[in-house]
Design a protein around this ligand. Structure first.
Ligand code: ZN
Ligand code: ZN
Length: 340
């Protein structure tokens, strides 16, 4: 089969001919129908921090159709069914796995970064991390469930979003998904701050009430308070660079919450007393769990989510590498998908 393989940072991904996967016990093989390119993919191919293993087929936002079923799978896993899932290969037996949180399994590997992913014609998946989709859900919708789940999980991690003023720092795909779910879950007012103007325009499409260029709290807060009426009770940090948590603590209302969703891999600093004097709650949010996927699939099946604006480009293998590289520069895309 054809597949997109990572070899080393700074080198474009290459489309190669590799061996077809075969399902192990408890696994299925899908024919991938769509697989989205994620910001994590771009970062992982830039700075080599060991998250992405050389020689790996990338892609973790997939949807596809079952073409082979391994031994020991329950009867509902049969050829022709639509599937997406949490992109993990995990033990299936530890406590996190049993409660539907394979991201916390200590023996897990991430598909598309450490195990074979979805930028390929075929892909092997654990059934315990996969989700059967109803036929009414399209391939693009199916492949959007993973990036949507990141935002949903973050919003569910807030104690209660209903009726609240919200500030989302960063309008990358994660910040946009957070904005989408804040509106869905009943936030009162959503402000997004973002340096790039076309991303600010995108935030408006993702339900933001007000969008401002990112800046120092002293400059941005008067704008937010004028629009929203007061400081935000909930702040989502969706940037992932040093200094953002401190800014969130400075901008959030007394008694509020700061949710850290951006993945910052460098040392960061904040003054604990600044958070203490406001009696804040801070939470760190990791990815998603099975329940997030189930909820989104259910809502899509009921036509409760309009995601038609989210996939902004589709490419085949021939154009894939070029499309992937083009996303490294500022761009107006929300999500580009491979159609193998
Ligand atoms: Zn992703
Ligand atoms: Zn496990």
């Amino acid at each position: 089969m054809r597949a997109v393989v990572f070899h080393e940072p700074g080198k474009p991904l290459s489309t190669e001919s590799v061996e077809d996967p075969t399902p192990r016990p408890g696994q299925i093989v899908i024919a991938v129908k769509r697989c989205g390119i994620c910001g994590t993919d771009l970062h992982a191919t830039e700075e080599h921090d060991g998250l992405l293993q050389p020689g790996t087929i990338m892609g973790h936002e997939y949807a596809g159709e079952i073409v082979a079923v391994g031994a020991g799978c329950a009867a509902e896993w049969k050829s022709g069914r639509k599937v997406t899932g949490i992109p993990m290969h995990s033990c299936g037996d530890c406590r996190p796995c049993r409660v539907g949180k394979p991201m916390l399994c200590t023996s897990a590997s991430i598909l598309g970064l450490q195990g074979a992913g979805g930028f390929a014609e075929y892909m092997a998946l654990d059934t315990h991390n996969s989700l059967l989709l109803p036929d009414s859900i399209g391939w693009v919708e199916g492949a959007l469930i993973e990036p949507l789940a990141v935002g949903l999980h973050a919003v569910k991690m807030a104690s209660d979003i209903r009726g609240k003023r919200v500030l989302i720092m960063g309008a990358g795909p994660v910040g946009l998904a957070v904005s989408f779910w804040c509106r869905f879950m009943g936030a009162y007012h959503i402000t997004v701050t973002e340096p790039e103007s076309f991303r600010r325009d995108m935030a408006t499409k993702f339900s933001a009430d007000a969008v401002f260029p990112a800046g120092q709290p002293a400059d941005v807060m008067p704008l937010i308070e004028a629009e929203a009426g007061a400081a935000p009770e909930v702040v989502f940090e969706c940037v992932g660079i040093p200094g953002m948590i401190a800014q969130g603590i400075e901008m959030v209302a007394h008694g509020g919450e700061v949710l850290v969703v951006g993945v910052c891999t460098r040392e960061d600093h904040f003054v604990p007393a600044a958070a203490l004097l406001k009696e804040l709650t801070t939470r760190f949010v990791l990815a998603y769990d099975n329940a997030d996927f189930d909820m989104i699939a259910g809502l899509l099946a009921m036509d409760k989510l309009d995601v038609s604006h989210m996939c902004t480009g589709t490419v085949g293998f021939a154009d894939f590498s070029e499309a992937f590289e083009s996303l490294r520069k500022p761009n107006a895309h929300c999500k580009i998908m491979l159609e193998p």
